[in-house]
Design a protein around this ligand. Structure first.
Ligand code: ASP
Length: 592
């Protein structure tokens, strides 16, 4: 090794030892007779001093050194002079007095500071990702990610799981997003699809008798990008045989609990993980991925407003739709303008307007709709909402899905404004009993809520023939701090039920055979009951790292426009490559 110790290692007990360190110059200060260098490597930072008096040649060399040069220094570990210790640095009590310095490599001036945590234009960070990744905060994130994955591998291996790799060049998979296609050179006009998940393969591994499989699997989905999505992302994919949903959920709950408590420095605040039915989650939080770090729960007030003379409310209730509300503490003094801002948020989520009731500090009610209520009706509303002086009640009246979306948006907005979500806390919850299907109005057919291999609740199987919309699926999602961090289900292992589902979602027999014939065939060779789940590694690590988007925990992510700015991908292919692939590129008319 070109070093005897790391830059994070030396302490007072090493004083007097001869050491050699190597790394990057994090910072330098030239104080005439003395040059100070902060030397950084993956493990930390150590202060190095070079004195003109004792080592004139080395001192002369050190004066030329600049940030991010790669150097090697040798010298003696010394206790820092009185009053010079740096309590913020683990190595802060010592310094290395160098009597030798070798420049291993010079560096151009980086396009941004590595030694300061400041806001940097993200495009610049992406373009120079290898420099961005040098920053201590990014190193922390990637090491945390490694620790999480290592923990998962050990945990599952100890629980009898086998890690098995599945192909990247495969066939279209059923997660419902757009596929990335790879043209085949040897089969003109044919394409592989990159897997949206190893779903079919892991089920086939159950048919193959492995019983407990996992993989840290790369998945590819050509979707519009958001902060918590990337065209390629990583899942912990797992599948188990001879299990019920309790077994899968129990295992994941234990694993996640250990990850938070043993690998991260966050606080797990939901133990055991609460369980909400899909219906209940929408009712109480307006979403199937609620953030349980704070309350602001939704209350139904349809019964209380039905007797008022406020037409918007009475007509909504008469049409069989709900009126619901949240009570936000401490903002009863919001101005008309501030309430106007909230109304815009409500409208963006689908509301036609926003009715509010403010309770002023003295207890009197301020609201443009108060006049439509008797004092008793108002009192009943206020007490249902548990509203007190200084609170603001926000209402939504519309179809149930719109009410849910509006109150979810307002709930998140207000939690953000009031700082209700403690960034140090991790709050998991299970969402269960999803409807098996969602009605697709455009296509006039049922779409699977999860994917088409998810089993109905066994007692709901007869509903497939009568009222498919009422059938519940054996699906379970894990939500955490407002994100979906895992989704899974018990699968159909019976060809007849599988074919029935294909029929309901509008896949005709020929289509189904074409796409999933290998699955249907496999299911006839002795398929064990099985189920699984797939936690998203990027999202999980993002939450454990307290980062706002998954790009912060992926070494080389794509931009929001699904491009790699460092390598310049995607890029054009040579004419000759295209010819070999039997591909002709037709450019869109507008030249884009
Ligand atoms: N393949 C599913 C997904 O990617 C997860 C599962 O059902 O195991 O969402």
């Amino acid at each position: 090794m070109l070093k005897t110790h790391t830059c994070g290692e030396l302490r007072l007990e090493h004083a007097g030892q001869q050491v050699t360190l190597a790394g990057w110059v994090h910072r330098w200060r030239d104080q005439g007779g003395l040059v100070f260098l902060d030397l950084r490597d993956r493990w930390g930072i150590t202060q190095v001093t070079i004195a003109q008096e004792s080592s004139p040649d080395v001192h002369a060399l050190a004066r030329d050194v600049r940030n991010e040069w790669v150097i090697q220094v040798s010298g003696t570990v010394e206790q820092r002079p009185d009053g010079m210790a740096n309590p913020d640095l683990p190595t802060g009590e010592i310094e290395v007095r160098a009597n030798n310095l070798v420049v291993l490599n010079r560096a151009k001036t980086p396009p941004f500071y590595i030694n300061k945590e400041e806001k940097i234009d993200e495009a610049l960070r992406m373009r120079y990702r290898y420099l961005d990744l040098r920053r201590p905060s990014m190193q922390y994130n990637l090491v945390l990610r490694h620790n999480v994955v290592r923990f998962i591998r050990n945990f599952l291996s100890d629980h009898g799981f086998v890690e098995i790799e599945t192909p990247i060049l495969f066939k279209t998979t059923p997660e419902g997003a757009r596929d990335y296609l790879v043209p085949s050179r040897l089969h003109p006009g044919k394409f592989f699809a990159l897997p949206q998940s190893p779903q079919q393969l892991k089920q086939l591994l159950m048919v193959a008798g492995y019983e407990r499989y996992f993989q840290i699997a790369r998945c590819f989905r050509d979707e519009d990008q958001r902060g918590d999505r990337q065209p390629e992302f990583t899942q912990l994919d797992l599948e188990m045989s001879f299990v019920t949903r309790e077994d899968v959920m129990g295992l994941i709950e234990e694993m996640m609990t250990c990850i938070v408590e043993q690998v991260s420095d966050r606080e797990l605040v939901t133990k055991p993980f609460p369980r909400l039915t899909h219906h209940e989650a929408l009712l109480r939080y307006g979403t199937d991925k609620p953030d349980l770090r704070y309350g602001l729960e939704i209350e139904d007030v349809s019964d209380l407003v039905a007797g008022s003379s406020f037409r918007v409310f009475t007509e909504t209730v008469a049409a069989g739709n709900p009126v619901r509300a949240i009570c936000v503490p401490g903002v009863g003094d919001y101005s008309r303008k501030q309430i106007g801002e909230l109304e815009e948020i409500a409208k963006a989520a689908g509301a036609k307007g926003l009715a509010t009731i403010a309770i002023e500090a003295g207890g009197e009610v301020r609201s443009s709709i108060a006049k439509f209520f008797t004092p008793e009706q108002l009192q009943a509303l206020v007490s249902r909402m548990k509203a007190g002086p200084g609170d603001l009640i926000l209402f939504a009246a519309d179809s149930a899905p719109v009410v849910a979306a509006v109150l979810d948006a307002l709930r998140r907005e207000m939690a953000g404004r009031l700082g209700l979500a403690d960034p140090n806390q991790i709050a998991f919850c299970w969402i269960i009993d999803f409807p098996l299907f969602e009605w697709n109005e455009d296509e006039q057919r049922w779409d699977p809520s999860h994917h088409l291999f998810t089993a109905p609740m066994w007692e709901d199987v007869p509903l497939l023939d009568t009222e498919p919309g009422k059938a519940r699926g054996q699906q379970y999602d894990l939500a955490c701090n407002g994100y979906e961090v895992a989704g899974g289900s018990i699968r159909i292992h019976d060809r007849a039920i599988q074919e029935k589902i294909f029929g309901l979602i509008g896949l005709d027999v020929e289509d189904a055979k074409q796409r999933f014939g290998h699955m249907l065939e496999a299911f006839e060779f002795g398929t064990p009951p099985h189920g699984g789940i797939a936690p998203g590694i990027d999202r999980l690590v993002m939450l454990l790292a307290g980062e706002p988007n998954i790009r912060e925990v992926i070494a080389f992510p794509k931009t929001q426009q699904a491009a790699d700015l460092m390598a310049g991908a995607p890029s054009e292919a040579d004419a000759h490559q295209l010819e070999e692939l039997h591909i002709r590129v037709v450019r869109p008319e507008n030249g884009k």
